[in-house]
Design a protein around this ligand. Structure first.
Ligand code: DHB
Length: 292
C-alpha cells in the first residue's frame, strides 16, 4: 500500500491510489486544522531517495472524516493517518475516526518537520501516556507510526511500552529526521524549512527500516502486526522486509517519483521472485530471515 506522505492529501489523489494496485488507501497525516505546510522548496529528489520537510500540509481532519464514505465506496480498506500536536489533539481525532467507517487508524508519533515540536516516538514517557489515552477510545484497531531507532535499548524500551496496550500494528519507519543535504555550488541547503534540516527517505534508509522491523518482530513476537516502510522500490526490497518480519509494506518515495504504476510493478516483481524461489504465499517467507 502507499505510505502516508506523498500524493495522498486530496480526494483526487486518494482516488488515484484506489484505482492502483495499492492494497489500501492511506491518507496524509492530518491535524486539527488544515495546514499549508512549510515554505518551498520543501521536497527535493536525491540520487538514492529524497529529503523533505513538508510541515504537514493537509486538509484538516474533518475534511478526511467527511471523505470517509466516498473513500470507502472506492472499494479498498481505508487507513487514516493522524498527527496531532498534543495528546488532546490526538484524542479528538482518534475519537472522531473511531466513530467513522475507516478500517485502521495510524497515529503518527514521528513527524520530524514541525519547528519546535519533538517527535513523540523519541519521548518514551509521552508515548506511554499517549497510548494509555488513545487505546481506550473505541474498538477500531489502532497502530502507531514510529521513528527509526538506532540503539538496542531504545527498541527494548519502545517494545515494552507497546506490549502494555492493545496496539494492533506498528508502522516502521518514518523518515530519518533532521538530516542535511548541502549544495556545494550554491553553498546552501537544498530545502528551505528549518535551515535545511529534513527527513531523509528512500534507498538511503532501507537498512535502517529493515533493522527496525527485524528488532520489533523479535521483541514483540507475533502479537503485533508490522508494516514495513523505508526504501522499497522493487519486489526484492519488499521480500527483504518480509524476511525481516513485516506483515505488509508501504511505499513512499518510489510512489512519489514513479507514480501509481509502482504498486502493480512491485507486486508483480515480488510474485515472480517468490515463485522462482518456490514460495506460494507470503507466510512461507514472513520472518524467516536465516542466520548466516
Ligand atoms: C510530515 C513528515 C513526516 O515524516 C510525517 O510523519 C508527517 C508529516 C510532513 O512534513 O508533512
Amino acid at each position: 500500500m502507499n505510505a502516508s506522505g506523498p500524493r495522498c492529501t486530496s480526494y483526487d489523489e486518494l482516488k488515484v491510489i484506489a484505482k492502483s494496485a495499492s492494497a489500501a488507501i492511506v491518507t496524509k497525516s492530518c491535524t486539527i486544522e488544515s495546514r499549508e505546510g512549510n515554505p518551498e522548496p520543501r521536497y527535493q529528489n536525491l540520487p538514492l531517495g529524497s529529503i523533505q520537510s513538508m510541515g504537514l500540509p493537509n486538509l484538516g481532519y474533518q475534511a478526511y472524516l467527511a471523505m470517509v464514505p466516498e473513500l470507502k465506496a472506492l472499494g479498498k480498506p481505508v487507513i487514516v493517518s493522524i498527527s496531532g500536536f498534543s495528546i488532546e489533539d490526538n484524542i479528538e481525532m482518534v475519537s472522531a475516526f473511531q466513530n467513522s467507517d475507516v478500517d485502521l487508524i495510524e497515529v503518527n508519533f514521528s513527524c520530524p518537520n514541525i519547528p519546535g515540536k519533538a517527535q513523540v516516538a523519541y519521548d518514551f514517557e509521552q508515548t506511554d501516556r499517549a497510548l494509555a489515552a488513545l487505546c481506550q477510545l473505541g474498538d477500531k484497531p489502532i497502530g502507531i507510526k514510529l521513528a527509526p531507532y538506532f540503539d538496542m535499548s531504545h527498541f527494548v524500551a519502545m517494545a515494552n511500552i507497546i506490549k502494555q496496550y492493545p496496539v494492533k500494528f506498528i508502522t516502521c519507519i518514518n523518515s530519518i529526521g533532521n538530516t542535511l543535504v548541502i549544495d556545494p555550488h550554491s553553498e546552501r541547503p537544498i530545502i528551505k524549512p528549518k535551515g535545511g534540516f529534513g527527513g531523509l527517505c528512500g534507498d538511503y534508509i532501507k537498512p535502517v527500516g529493515l533493522a527496525n522491523v527485524r528488532a520489533f518482530r523479535e521483541l514483540l513476537g507475533d502479537d503485533v502486526q508490522i508494516i514495513g516502510v523505508g526504501g522499497i522500490k522493487s519486489g526484492t526490497d519488499a521480500f527483504e522486509y518480509l524476511l525481516a518480519g513485516a506483515d505488509a509494506v508501504q511505499i513512499a518515495t518510489c510512489f512519489e517519483k514513479e507514480g501509481p504504476e509502482c504498486f502493480s510493478r512491485i507486486e508483480n516483481e515480488l510474485k515472480a521472485f517468490m515463485k522462482a524461489k518456490g514460495y506460494n504465499k507470503l507466510t512461507d517467507a514472513k520472518g524467516k530471515l536465516k542466520p548466516l
